[in-house]
Design a protein around this ligand. Structure first.
Ligand SMILES: [Fe+2]
Ligand SMILES: [Fe+2]
Length: 133
């Protein structure tokens, strides 16, 4: 694979790392803005911002590849990720509880929803490993 780990251990590694972090932050910012836009009733604007956010996430992925953050050995890496995803409900429960204690009910609900999605990701990844790897 041409770009996998290509910049790791070179003088470019810190700059690529910086770009990776900028893209991650950009992705989060666009998706956060999309959330706000949707709340304000701008569904189409929200959708466009989500697409841009997805592009930035893809760019982050490219920089992650260049700096060798993943290996070509998909099965064990994905199996480990699935394991982490499946810990989400337990891992996030104390934060959800703390939110409710602080009467941040909507925040608690959103984190709980995200945790359920993480669990779903874990199950999906397990299925994908069995189907394709
Ligand atoms: Fe980008
Ligand atoms: Fe996830």
């Amino acid at each position: 694979m041409g770009i996998l780990g290509a910049t790791k251990g070179t003088v470019l590694e810190p700059q690529i790392e910086q770009l990776l972090n900028l893209e991650k932050d950009g992705s989060a910012a666009y998706l956060a803005l999309a959330y706000v836009a949707r709340q304000q009733g701008h569904a189409k604007l929200a959708e466009e911002l989500e697409h841009i956010g997805a592009d930035e996430a893809r760019h982050a992925g490219l920089y992650a590849i260049m700096n060798g953050k993943v290996t070509e050995d998909l099965r064990p890496v994905l199996a480990n990720i699935a394991k982490q995803e499946l810990k989400a409900e337990i891992a996030l429960a104390p934060i959800v509880d703390k939110c409710r204690e602080l009467e941040l009910y909507e925040v608690a609900d959103e984190i709980e929803k995200a945790a359920k999605e993480e669990m779903r990701h874990g199950a999906i990844i397990h299925g994908l490993i069995e189907k394709y790897l």
